[in-house]
Design a binder for this molecule. Structure first.
Ligand SMILES: *Cc1c(COP(=O)(O)O)cnc(C)c1O
Ligand code: SF4
Length: 416
């Protein structure tokens, strides 16, 4: 039989549980209002058939990344046919494309639902007239001043980036590296890559090498194999990282052949860029499964984008869906003031509010670090909501995730 104290504990626990349950109800309601899996599946299937019809292609073509790459949509007439765009809409796309290039993989375009104008997929992929608004910087990162060798960006003591390509499966409208993601598709030449590898080999403090671009996985498999195997032979390179958006924009690229190369050079970390839960499709999941099976540790670096993922519920859902496909949310980047992308910018406060809304309400593993890039190439600055209200020599005052105030001793006990 339970003692009175036990009963009281049980009563308290039940009360607390229902209080906790109350917290999650608005989120569950919001998720219910999002389109369900079966609706998405049907819309996706219809859109894919429609695209295949318009551009001409088979199921087999669709599964082939080289076909996806070659058949990227970059003609406003094709887009107009697929979405029934008005002549004005089509002309606006044309105007933007005179300044900024665009190209969308058939796969990524197939994720656009019926309401294309409000689709977070469409907005990331299709040129918007606001890209022509003035203002913003072309090189807010000052990348030109941090390159000690060809292809290299070095901003940290122990790690650096090798830029191996300026090609991407899609030219994201919010791209923060527009200056480098050129007008012509171009991989770095092998000579430059060799020099970059020599720089790494000659500098023993470099223990972490990030291969990125553009998109590192648009390199041919044999060049990628060359880079990985060279880095693998450098004793002080402890880990290799690859930056790529293909799991999101062209998951067909993650072939078993590619995975068979990757598995030979552990440890490899791949960071990708899912920005919205609608991007987490069965194809994307299958691509991530193949990478995990090849021993890769997967992470996600989202960009906080107005009108796409600036709602707390969207970010929460994104983080949770990512964990389901074994991708750990790593960073959310604050969108920098880059020319042509200003309509995507949010305030820094909004970013902090999103992070605050996540803590306590979802798995800690689903919460990325919010990063503002310091101008002038000074590096990443992490921003956290403030949980430390006061810090004195003998006492700290803290705030819990629910806003409850706690006081703690700041001194270890005197053990003498
Ligand atoms: C972002 C970045 C890195 C990696 O930084 P982490 O915080 O370790 O992920 C390394 N070099 C440069 C130049 C970078 O911009
Ligand atoms: S994949 Fe990355 S680098 Fe390429 S266009 Fe998109 S955001 Fe820019």
């Amino acid at each position: 039989m339970r003692e009175t104290g036990d009963l009281n504990n049980l009563y308290q626990s039940i009360l607390r549980s229902s209080e906790l349950k109350e917290y999650v109800i608005p989120y569950l309601e919001a998720v219910k209002a999002m389109p369900g899996d079966s609706v998405l599946k049907e819309q996706g299937f219809k859109r894919k058939q429609q695209i295949l019809e318009v551009i001409g292609g088979t199921e087999e073509n669709w599964a082939d990344w080289k076909w996806q790459l070659k058949n990227r949509i970059s003609d406003s007439n094709v887009l107009a046919e697929i979405f029934g765009l008005s002549d004005l809409e089509r002309k606006r796309i044309e105007r933007v494309s005179k300044v900024y290039r665009w190209a969308i993989s058939p796969y990524y375009l197939s994720l656009v639902g019926e309401d294309y104008e409000n689709s977070p997929i469409y907005r990331q992929a299709v040129p918007d007239i606001r890209e022509l608004l003035p203002g913003g910087s072309l090189d807010p990162m000052n990348e030109a001043l941090t390159s000690p060798a060809p292809c290299i960006t070095r901003r940290y003591p122990d790690r650096l980036i090798i830029n191996v390509s300026n090609q991407c499966a899609m030219y994201c409208r919010h791209c923060q590296r527009r200056r480098n993601i050129g007008e012509i598709d171009q991989h770095a030449c092998l000579e430059d890559i060799a020099q970059a590898i020599d720089y790494v080999a000659a500098n023993e403090e470099i223990r972490d090498v990030l291969i990125t671009g553009g998109d590192a996985l648009l390199l041919s498999s044999h060049v990628l194999k060359y880079i990985l195997s060279e880095l693998h032979q450098i004793p002080h390179v402890e880990i290799k990282r690859i930056g790529t958006r293909v799991p999101v924009t062209m998951p067909q690229r993650i072939t078993t052949e590619l995975c068979d190369i990757i598995r030979n050079y552990p440890p490899i970390f791949i960071n990708t860029q899912f920005n919205h839960p609608l991007e987490i499709t069965p194809e994307a999941k299958a691509a991530c499964d193949r990478l995990v099976e090849a021993g890769v540790v997967l992470g996600n670096q989202a960009v906080l984008l107005r009108g796409i993922n600036d709602q707390p519920d969207t970010m929460r859902k994104l983080g949770q869906e990512l964990l389901k496909i074994r991708v750990r949310p790593y960073y959310i980047f604050h969108a920098k003031d880059v020319q042509g992308t200003r309509h995507f910018q949010t305030s820094i406060t909004e970013g902090m509010d999103i992070i605050r809304s996540l803590r306590g309400h979802t798995s800690g593993m689903a919460i990325p670090t919010y990063i503002v890039n310091a101008p002038g190439g000074l590096g990443k600055i992490p921003l956290m909501p403030n949980y430390l209200l006061q810090s004195r020599k003998n006492k700290v005052v803290l705030r819990s995730w629910e806003g409850k105030i706690v006081e703690l001793d700041n001194e270890p006990p005197d053990m003498s």
